[in-house]
Ligand binder design. Sequence first.
Ligand code: C5P
Length: 312
Amino acid sequence: MAKSRMPRVLTVRAFAKINLDLQVLGLRPDGYHELRTTFQAIALSDTLTFRKSRGPFRIECDDPAFPVDRTNLIWKAAERVLRLAGTREAPSGMTVRVQKNIPMQSGLGGGSSNAAAALRALCVLWRVPASAAELHHAAAMIGADVPYFLEGGTALGFHRGDLLCPLDDIEPSWVVIVVPEFGVSTKDAFGWWDETRRERQDREEGQDGRDGQDRRYGKQRRAPVPSAARNMKSSNDLQHVVAKRHPIVSKLVRTLINEGAFQASLSGSGSAVFGLFRRRSDAQAAARRLAGPRTFVTPTLSRRACQRLAAK
Ligand code: C5P
């Protein structure tokens, strides 16, 4: 492309996701957990404006809780793009303005989605040609969920969630998202899952040693979670361990089902809980009854819609 036609400013949208299901299959040798999950893109999004500027690399956001230093995944994406260009220089000459709508620490993938959007935008603005495989690798080095956001739509994620298999788009649905006041760190949630598994293993070993006596007691002890969470079948293996620390999660899932959602669960490692509805009006009615400062109604997005809308 001729130099004069290269943009100085680029605005992109970074979509959120929900996990329609999530199975934790075990601990991997690299310390991550082996997953099988179905990602689904939703229209709730952040807007990122990249502007060439003088001086150091800068991230700006009106939300004071949003990190603007090198721990931000946008910064890590900038470093990765420079590596693809063959340099280990520190990023500079760019200001990224983030309009943050996706709540942080909510399991909606906001940070990862920002990173994927930054990889794409900075490759354009810094004129770094990268193949799809190179982009995917760079994304996976930033975080397990980042590669998904290069694809969007409905996709199965294996390994750490970074080995992807695109699926046919689901029937368009309306999503009610409720984000409780607290956030959950992904690392903590997986740590809780490890704890629960260790406790269960200890109990099972202890039980084997009792020659099977007092089976009723054994059965009761095997349940690792409080009764409210235990009675709920969830499509997300992290839900019961998060609900054990934050019982409001189970309550919100139950409320969404009672309000008519055909599916409801925790998204990722939380803290957001979502319910799926066929009709927008039903979703809006449920959201009104659940009224809270962080309740959203948003449609699911097909893969094509993600690609089209990402370039705002
Ligand atoms: O890859 P990302 O930085 O988003 O992951 C955050 C943390 O979540 C990891 O450090 C790890 O503790 C945990 N995690 C995991 N298994 C995964 C994904 C994340 O244990 N598949």
